[in-house]
Design a protein around this ligand. Structure first.
Ligand code: SF4
Ligand code: SF4
Length: 56
């Protein structure tokens, strides 16, 4: 399991520093999560203003 960032992402960057395993990075038009690193903690979802990170 991993979280994914949906197209709802507004590219604010708030989630990136919250990830304990540095799985989040700026992508093409939205931030992206490296599924091989994500430990499913939900910290990104807790800070996102638009609920873009979702459990896959
Ligand atoms: Fe990082 Fe946790 Fe979000 Fe996975 S769920 S990307 S580990 S903050
Ligand atoms: Fe996108 Fe939400 Fe992360 Fe902001 S906090 S970059 S809107 S996923």
């Amino acid at each position: 399991m991993a979280y994914i960032i949906t197209d709802a992402c507004i590219y604010c960057g708030a989630c990136e520093p919250e990830c304990p395993v540095d799985a989040i990075s700026p992508g093409d038009g939205k931030y992206v999560i490296d599924a091989s690193k994500c430990i499913d903690c939900g910290a990104c979802a807790n800070v996102c203003p638009v609920d873009a990170p979702q459990p896959e």
